[in-house]
Design a protein around this ligand. Structure first.
Ligand code: IPM
Ligand code: MN
Length: 355
């Protein structure tokens, strides 16, 4: 008997359940072909539950999520819920409580996908962003004084610990080592954020020189990085950066690889027994709910990342190949461009995966 992987599923809000249905369809097809034993447990979290019960993420649910090997999440976000409640209460709380200190975002242009960048093909766009996922401006340090008065003060501080920075850098160096180009670019703002990125830069050079002499090190300011990602994305192999800059540059990355219809990410706790969470980069797109128009390939990609993380490499490779093939069959990947329904795209990938 194969080992059973227990996977918690969060269908989420808006179009989340529609894309998750296709993601699960593909994972089940992979399980059938490769003899995997996957157990899916649904957790009702998101805007609907919050509006119904006032609960965001009960501690008892968090404890149950900890008992899984991975979490598969579609998208959270509801038009009737104030911005921040669900993002901080569910997504960020899970990243922090489960110590998912890496946000891994592959940026790869598949053959047959049109990038908005002229004259750039799959040979130019193939890099991975390693975003620190538990510190920085996201840590929630700061506060407000005299709120609502003309003297109002708002402070939002970026927290960078040597431990948090170093474990993120080591993950990125280890990843760069496994890739043919073996090149790691630190993205920061050492010319202005002279406390935070001084720590990052020193740790980068110390750790790199001592333990990763075979990995080429490079540094770019974040503003220049945005230009290079558009002008010359072939410069990048692995990028490592802090939480806020990682959030911003990975949206540029998502667009150059074909858009939110395809981009996925992993929130990783790489320590043994850590619970990691996989999600499409795009949101819940509530205005399209029930219309069967959202491209499920991003959610399917997140499922492939999940299987890869669980060590099911052959199954993950097969899903990747099927997704790449289906990309070539679709006229476009964005809403209104695919010419196919959410379910039809899922069916086609599942059919290819089933073999
Ligand atoms: C992302 C999202 C989140 C983030 C939001 C929804 C809190 O933009 O995963 O990139 O900022 O990290
Ligand atoms: Mn983002």
């Amino acid at each position: 008997m194969p080992k059973t992987h227990r996977i918690a599923v969060i269908q989420g809000d808006g179009t989340g359940p529609e894309v998750m249905r296709e993601g699960l369809k593909v994972l089940r097809a992979a399980a059938g072909r490769f003899g995997l034993s996957l157990e899916f447990n649904d957790y009702d979290l998101g805007g609907e539950r919050y509006l119904r019960t006032g609960e965001v993420l009960p501690d008892s649910v968090l404890d149950e999520l900890r008992q899984h090997q991975a979490i598969y999440l579609s998208a959270i976000g509801h038009p009737d819920v104030k911005p921040g409640v669900l993002e901080k209460g569910i997504l960020l709380r899970l990243r922090f409580e489960l110590d998912q200190y890496i946000n891994l975002r592959p940026v790869k242009l598949f053959a047959g996908v049109k990038s908005p960048l002229a004259n750039k093909g799959p040979e130019h766009i193939d890099f991975v962003v390693v975003r620190e996922n538990t510190e920085g401006l996201y840590a929630g340090a700061g506060g407000t004084l005299k709120k609502g008065t003309p003297d109002e003060v708002a402070i939002q501080e970026s927290i960078n610990t040597r431990k948090g920075v170093e474990r993120c850098l080591r993950y990125a160096f280890d990843l760069a080592k496994t890739r043919p180009r073996k090149k790691l670019t630190l993205v920061g703002k050492t010319n202005v954020l002279t406390f935070a990125f001084d720590l990052w830069e020193r740790a980068f050079n110390e750790v790199g020189a001592r333990d990763y002499a075979d990995v080429a090190r490079n540094y770019h300011h974040v503003d220049a990085c945005c230009m290079y990602m558009v002008m010359a994305p072939e410069m990048y192999d692995v990028i490592v950066t802090d939480n806020m800059f990682g959030d911003i540059i990975t949206d540029v990355g998502a667009i150059i690889q074909g858009g939110l219809g395809i981009s996925a990410s992993g929130n990783l706790n790489p320590t043994p027994g850590g619970v990691s969470m996989f999600e499409p980069v795009g949101g819940s797109a509530p205005q399209y709910t029930g219309q069967n128009v959202i491209n499920p390939l991003a959610c399917i990609n997140a499922g492939a990342m999940l299987l890869r993380h669980l060590g099911e490499t052959a199954a993950a490779d097969t899903i990747d190949k099927a997704v790449e093939k289906v990309c070539g069959e679709l006229p476009g990947l964005n809403i209104g461009e695919t010419g196919k329904g959410t379910d039809e795209i899922g069916d086609r990938v599942a059919q290819l995966v089933a073999g």
